[in-house]
Design a protein around this ligand. Structure first.
Ligand SMILES: *Cc1c(COP(=O)(O)O)cnc(C)c1O
Length: 429
């Protein structure tokens, strides 16, 4: 019987296998047929401490029997209050920059970014109402960015086959070239010139551009970008949806640059990867621009499940794990183990451009011919599946983003499969 389920990012016409998973624990996924996969990409970058973490699962069960859902317009509950205070306490901070002090909840990374964009335009709109500034509405974006799949987030992301059908719906943005090695100054110069045109905001994925190809850039560049924005009064939006929750080696990537964004979007690992939740953090000036006795200036955004108590309870348990356990130490050890193996892999002829930030590691497979690229990723996916691994290459870029509980022998299995993939699919094969 064919399934009625329409899967995301899946071409059903290719009839690729769709494994049926029945349970999970730590870095492992168990299949209906009794076999096991190592989840080497944290089930789309969300699972941080491991699947079915007992503490998070217990918090969900407890909250589900206490308060399951509550309208969040005009009402509040303890888990939402606790998580908001916890996020503020853990958020990046730096002398001389306004603190992130306000938390707006939503349900996914895409909505957290949409909210960030709406806050940025709302900020300028409300300042203009008071004659304090000209209304600004243009958004600056970094080349190769990914910020989500809704209309607004596709608008600020890289254009391509992924969104070609919806181009007529997407709004115009100004694109700053990615600071690839040798082009750092060109990137900063372009940002400076674009900022001089008084745009509303610049949105970036700090340190690592994820879905666009796992491109990394330095903390120095991130700091320089933020400084340019500050000098021109352009709001700096950090999309920490992927980079947050320890992925790059610090809790948030912005910390490494000493940058406090004006607006910061978090999602993915906020509940340890257990249940959907997202938050957009804002500084007091951004909040204050909406704070008034005038109802026309309130922040017009909500969804039915905003700050769902069960999701917030999961996030509270995640925050407690971060406070009480040496998660950063665990991440540092895993990142070191990944670095050693990545260096070894990069020494072979089949791979190029190794790059890493914390527990995100990527490398390009030098494939046999470019025309082959289009079906290389699914072929690699099938190859890894056969080897007991959940991996999902982006074109010829193979990346790892494992849960922090992955052990050395599991990492060895992953890298053995990468070596084998190089032999089978590499140019020199
Ligand atoms: C995944 C991702 C998003 C979108 O998050 P969803 O929860 O999938 O909507 C946004 N920004 C970045 C950087 C991401 O990696």
């Amino acid at each position: 019987m064919t399934s009625p389920v329409w899967h995301p990012f899946t071409q059903h016409g290719l009839n690729e296998p769709i494994p049926h998973i029945v349970s999970a624990e730590g870095p492992l996924l168990h299949l209906a047929d009794g076999s096991t996969l190592i989840d080497a990409i944290s089930s789309w970058w969300v699972t941080t401490h491991g699947h079915c973490h007992p503490r998070i699962a217990a918090a969900i069960a407890q909250q589900a029997g206490t308060l399951d859902q509550l309208i969040f317009a005009g009402y509040t509950h303890a888990p939402a209050e606790e998580v908001a205070r916890g996020l503020i306490a853990l958020a990046p901070r730096a002398a001389g920059q306004p603190d992130l002090a306000h938390v707006f909840y939503s349900d996914s990374g895409s909505t957290a970014v949409e909210v960030a964009l709406k806050m940025a335009l709302g900020y300028w709109h409300n300042l203009a109402l008071d004659g304090l500034a000209d209304a600004r509405s243009r958004i600056l974006v970094l080349e190769h960015s990914y910020h989500g799949d809704t209309i607004g987030t596709m608008s600020v992301g890289e254009r391509g086959v992924y969104n070609a059908a919806w181009t007529p719906l997407l709004f115009d943005v100004d694109t700053i070239p990615f600071p690839a090695p040798g082009r750092e100054q060109a990137c900063l110069d372009a940002l400076e010139a674009a900022c001089a045109q008084a745009p509303a905001a610049f949105i970036v994925e700090p340190l690592v551009l994820g879905a666009g190809g796992m491109f990394v850039y330095s903390a120095d560049l991130l700091r320089a970008m933020a400084a340019i924005c500050r000098r021109h009064d352009v709001l700096f939006i950090a999309d920490e949806v992927m980079t947050g929750w320890g992925r790059t080696g610090t809790l948030f990537a912005c910390e490494q640059a000493g940058v406090v964004p004006d607006i910061m979007a978090v999602a993915k690992g906020i509940t340890g990867g257990s249940i959907p939740l997202a938050a957009t953090l804002a500084t007091t000036p951004v909040f204050a621009a909406h704070h008034s006795t005038d109802r026309a200036r309130l922040f017009y955004h909500s969804s039915s499940y905003t700050a769902n108590p069960i999701a917030c309870a999961a996030a509270a348990a995640n925050l407690a794990i971060w406070r009480e356990e040496d998660v950063l130490g665990r991440i540092a050890r895993l990142a070191q183990a990944m670095a050693e193996r990545l260096t070894d892999l990069a020494g072979g002829p089949a791979f190029a451009n190794p790059r890493q930030a914390g527990t995100i590691a990527a490398i390009d497979l030098v494939a046999r011919d470019a025309g082959y690229l289009s079906d290389l990723a699914p072929r690699l996916r099938a190859f890894f599946l056969e080897k007991g691994l959940l991996l999902r290459p982006l074109g010829n870029t193979i990346y790892l983003m494992p849960p922090y509980c992955l052990d050395a022998s599991q990492l060895d299995r992953i890298f053995a499969a990468l070596h084998a993939a190089g032999e089978k699919f590499g140019l020199h094969a």
